[in-house]
Design a protein around this ligand. Sequence first.
Ligand SMILES: [Zn+2]
Length: 283
Amino acid sequence: MTSPISPVGAHVPVAGGLATGGLKYAAEIGAEAVQVFVSNPRGWALPEGRPAEDAKLRDGAIPVYVHAPYLVNLGSPTPETLDKSLAAVRHSLTRGRAIGARGVVVHTGSAVTRTYDEAMAQVREHVLPLLDEIPEDGPDLLLEPMAGQNNMLCAKVQDLAPFFERLDHHPKLGVCFDTCHAFAAGHDLAAPGGAKDTLDALVAAVGEGRLKLVHANDSKDACASAKDRHENIGAGQIGEPPFADLFRHPATAGVPFIIETPGRAPAPHAEDIKTLKRLRDTP
Ligand SMILES: [Zn+2]
C-alpha cells in the first residue's frame, strides 16, 4: 500500500488578485498547494473578496489554505484585541470557504500578562462557538504552535493536548505543524530520529488525522532558541534530512507541505520547492 503523496506548495503573494496573482506565482515556482492571506496580515481591516477571483481558486486544481492575520491573539487579556481577533478569524473562515480553502491557520497565541488557565478559559469560551459556526463544507481551523517566546500558550507539540481538550476535540479542529517554530521551541528535528519523535508526540497529543498542514521552513537559529526566523530549506540549522523524515512519517501522508521561506523573487522559492520534492520523491 502506498501512502497518498504530500503536495509541496508555498505561501504566495496575491498582488493582482487572489487567483490571478497567487496562482501565477504558484505556477512560476512549481507549487502544488498554496496558502494566502485574505487581508493585510499586519492589520485588522476585513476586505470583501472578488467573486470571479474566489471562483477561480475554488475551482482550481490545487489545495488552498488561508493564514489568519498575525495580530490575532485569542488569549489576549485586552477585550478590544480579543474582539478584533475573533472578527479576523471569522473573516478568514468565511473568506476561506468562499475560495474553497481546506483550512485556516491561526497562531495559538499568548497569555501576555495573564495566567495560562485564564487565557485558556477564554479560548474555550470564544473559540468553541466559532468552531460550531463552521459549515460542514467550510475550512478546518488549524492551530499553529509558536516558537515559544512571550508567554505563548502553545509551543511544544505536547501543548496542543490541552487545546484539544478545552475545545472538546471538535471535528473542525486541526493542526498546522511549523518546522521552524517546533525547532525553536526545543524539538530537535536535526537530531537522529528527531523528526519522527516529534510527529509521534504530536499524534500522541491530539490523535491521528488531526495534522492537516505542514509549514516547511528551515531555521536561522539554533534548537530551543525561541526565535522565529525562517530560512530556505537546507540553508538553516535544521538541514535537509529531517524534511525527508517528515515526508516518510505516516502522520503526513497526503498532508500538504507549504514553505514560508525568505526571498522575494521566485528564484529561492522555486529552489525550496524543488528541494522538498526531491526529498519527498527520493526513496
Ligand atoms: Zn508558519
